[in-house]
Design a protein around this ligand. Structure first.
Ligand SMILES: C[S@@+](CC[C@H](N)C(=O)[O-])C[C@H]1O[C@@H](n2cnc3c(N)ncnc32)[C@H](O)[C@@H]1O
Length: 194
């Protein structure tokens, strides 16, 4: 079994949240379409997306940030033979900014913090780069919040809806929402904005 298939199986068996296959396919398509050669990921988990992207095009520089010690330990072991992947350990909202720019910034960490992640890392986006945000539909609940009665889930769904509204209201960026996987937002600078 390939290294990546093994990671996917491990994630499934151990309940490690990773981007859904359809969402990953869209991310790969966009990386190729926008000719991305550098990738910043917020939220590494065990490193599945980082490994896929690191092997997608050549050259590719991957920087990925993770705060959970157990995830860090696993991701680090998976990145051993991949010199083009750098793992930054710590809370993405607290670590110093890595050296940019990045052609693609992928936001896939704590859902309640997406506005803060975007605000912190968007200055690192290259001129024609894209910011990709996962879980924009959150299992269909963002468009149908009445389907959950759990207070914590309702609060999270409100945060994600707030992030979608934040993206749509940005005057310097344009965002398109895709239904693939758990819902993906692709954000890029409007022409003439830098
Ligand atoms: C959905 S998983 C990431 C999956 C990964 N991007 C993939 O597609 O394989 C989210 C990860 O973000 C991490 N995380 C959450 N908030 C974070 C933060 N503020 N800083 C760094 N990592 C964070 C969690 O520990 C978790 O491992």
């Amino acid at each position: 079994m390939s290294e990546i298939k093994e990671l996917e199986q491990y994630a499934m068996e151990h309940g490690v949240p990773i981007i859904q296959d359809e969402g990953l396919e869209l991310l790969k398509q966009k990386i190729i379409e926008y000719d991305c050669h550098s990738f910043l990921e917020i939220g590494t988990a065990i490193g599945r997306t980082a490994l896929v992207i690191a092997n997608l095009v050549d050259p590719m520089r991957v920087v990925t940030i993770e705060r959970d010690p157990q995830m860090i330990e696993q991701a680090r072991s998976h990145f051993q033979d991949h010199a083009n992947i750098q793992l930054i350990e710590g809370d993405a909202l607290e670590v110093p900014l890595p050296k940019g720019p990045f052609d693609c910034i992928f936001i896939d960490a704590a859902k309640a913090q997406y506005i803060r992640f975007f605000t912190k890392f968007c200055p690192l986006l290259s001129e024609n780069g894209i910011i990709v945000s996962d879980n924009m539909n959150f299992h269909g609940l963002v468009d149908h919040p009445e389907l959950t009665h759990n207070r914590n889930t309702k609060a999270l769904v409100r945060k994600i809806r707030g992030y979608r509204e934040f993206l749509m209201a940005l005057s310097d960026y344009e965002t398109k929402l895709y239904d693939q996987g758990d819902g993906i937002a692709i954000t890029k600078r409007k022409k003439g904005k830098s």
